[in-house]
Design a protein around this ligand. Structure first.
Ligand code: ADP
Ligand code: ZN
Ligand code: MG
Length: 490
């Protein structure tokens, strides 16, 4: 996973940013939150609709049990307490893609509250509070065509209407754009581990609104916040926050006041701009949803969900460090996704060389995958093939340098290491006699350098090793070459 890029330039030490994120995550259920329509993405517009998700009069919602289980799973992984009783509420507003004129959400009685997520920026680990996790339904999608005022057309696709979401609201605990980036990254990783969402930002499965304010560094009170919407990438989140923090500081330093408002990020202009101020803020006129009974979650149901939780990234990170003697850095990288961690464990177990497995996966394999634009799950080199390569290297049959070549070939052809090595005659020369013959030849051809070495210029030895490697096209075992050279020269 990419590391945060510093966007902090311009943030003056005497102002402290305060950030809280509201993240929407689309749940991976087969059917929608309150009807049995499919949630499949990319189907013909309006093909996955029924009276309930079209908002037709008289249609009644029925809660999807699987959506509740997934929401609980996410909330539990965030350390939240699940409320045994929660309630759905109507959030009223008008928008063309909202056929009922309200969204079913949760308001005063959310599904879960009071959790946390641990972040780490520049080696400092901090717990960020989670205020609440609540369930709601998605709206449809408007599609616009044409640019000139006269001939623009808008279309509505209600396939997404009624798809289940959770909203994860953080406490205002984040203190920099880097921390916000790290928080969102970890939140995404966690949801992917749990399998409750595909977190695909382009398809809108993960959406983030950022609330931000600044305050004098010594102030106990928070400043007035703005909310930035339309952040459809991690990069945009970080850039928009950096921009907004600078803007707010500039306003305050010029004696101005921050207006509480909703702003949008314009990625082309690389700035935020005001969308609606507090005066025009929505009054959603929330009230309890009369068509749905309060949501009661039994202890047995909670227990069932708790038992279904997989090993989470944090505990897996610790386990990898303990079980495979990995440094923290390797364990952190390897647990950035469940698939990568699985790949590592399979390779480490088969090869019996955990540190080498970590090194080869994190450097060479990820590099090759990156170049090919493939995910780890699409790797043409399987864990058992990589393990075989690693054993050839640790056993001295292949040098590290040859190993890289072999891996690249394995990646292209899908062949196992042994086949590539045999085909290319790449086996490392460990035969003492063969190496000694080459060494003697080289010494004979370079009497001057040999003399220098004997007179005490020991650095010449490295040059000689280089000559042996060259003569054997990299196939000599460098250590054996060095020892033989010492013997023959001295
Ligand atoms: P609102 O009433 O505008 O919905 P909330 O108190 O519900 O505000 O908080 C919404 C989000 O804004 C939360 O993620 C919270 O952490 C964050 N937040 C609240 N106050 C501030 C502040 N002063 N500065 C930055 N973020 C804030
Ligand atoms: Zn439906
Ligand atoms: Mg609020």
């Amino acid at each position: 996973m990419a590391t945060a890029i510093s966007e902090k330039a311009g943030v003056k030490a005497e102002h402290e940013p305060v950030i809280g994120l509201e993240v929407h995550v689309q749940l991976l259920t087969q059917s929608k939150a309150f009807c049995s329509c499919s949630t499949r993405f990319g189907d013909p517009p309006n093909s996955n609709t029924c009276p309930v998700c079209l908002g037709l009069p008289g249609a009644l919602p029925v809660l999807n049990r699987e959506a509740v289980s997934m929401a609980m799973k996410a909330a539990m992984a965030l350390g939240c307490a699940i409320n045994s009783r929660s309630r759905f509420a109507r959030k009223n507003y008008f928008y063309p893609d909202l056929p009922k004129g309200y969204q079913i959400s949760q308001y005063e009685e959310p599904l879960a509250e009071r959790g946390w997520l641990e972040i780490e920026v520049n080696g400092a680990r901090r717990r960020i509070g989670i205020t609440r996790v609540h369930m709601e339904e998605d709206a449809g999608k408007s599609l616009h065509e044409g640019f000139a005022d006269s001939d623009t057309k808008s279309y509505i696709d209600l396939n997404r209407s009624g798809v289940p979401l959770i909203e994860i609201v953080s406490e205002p605990d984040l203190r920099s754009p880097e921390e916000a980036y790290d928080y969102l990254t970890r939140l995404r990783t966690l949801m992917l581990y749990l399998g409750v969402s595909d977190c695909n930002m382009e398809e809108g499965s993960l959406r983030c609104d950022a609330n931000v304010s600044v305050r004098p560094a010594d102030s106990p009170d928070f400043g007035v916040k703005t909310e930035v919407k339309n952040l459809n990438s991690f990069k945009f989140l970080q850039r928009a926050l950096a921009y907004e923090i600078e803007r707010q500081i500039r306003v305050l330093e010029h004696g101005g006041a921050i207006e509480q408002e909703t702003r949008l990020w314009d990625s082309r202009e690389q700035k935020t701009f005001g969308m609606r101020s507090k005066e025009f803020a929505h009054d959603y006129r929330y009230f309890p949803e009369p068509d749905l009974a309060p949501l009661e979650v039994s202890e047995a149901w909670k227990e069932e969900v708790r038992r279904s939780l997989p090993e989470l990234p944090e505990s897996r990170r610790h386990r990898l460090m303990a079980q495979y003697a990995l440094p923290a850095y390797d364990a952190t990288q390897l647990t950035s996704s469940r698939e990568l961690a699985d790949f590592f464990e399979a390779t480490a177990k088969t090869s019996g060389e955990s540190k080498l497995a970590a090194n080869w996966i994190l450097s060479e394999l990820l590099y090759l995958l990156g170049e090919a634009g493939r995910a780890i799950s699409e790797s043409p080199v399987s864990p058992s093939h990589l393990a075989e390569l690693i054993r050839l290297i640790s056993g001295g049959t292949l040098s590290g340098k040859m190993g890289k070549e072999v891996l690249a070939q394995m990646f292209r052809s899908g062949q196992p290491a042994s086949a590539v090595t045999a085909e290319r005659g790449l086996e490392q020369i460990t035969d003492q006699e063969k190496i000694a013959a080459v060494v003697r030849e080289i010494i004979a051809a370079h009497p001057q350098q040999a003399e220098q070495y004997r007179k005490g210029k020991t650095a010449t030895l490295g040059w000689f090793v280089g000559q042996v490697m060259k003569a054997t096209r990299g196939q000599a075992n460098p250590q054996a070459a060095q020892e033989t050279l010492k013997k023959e020269l001295g």
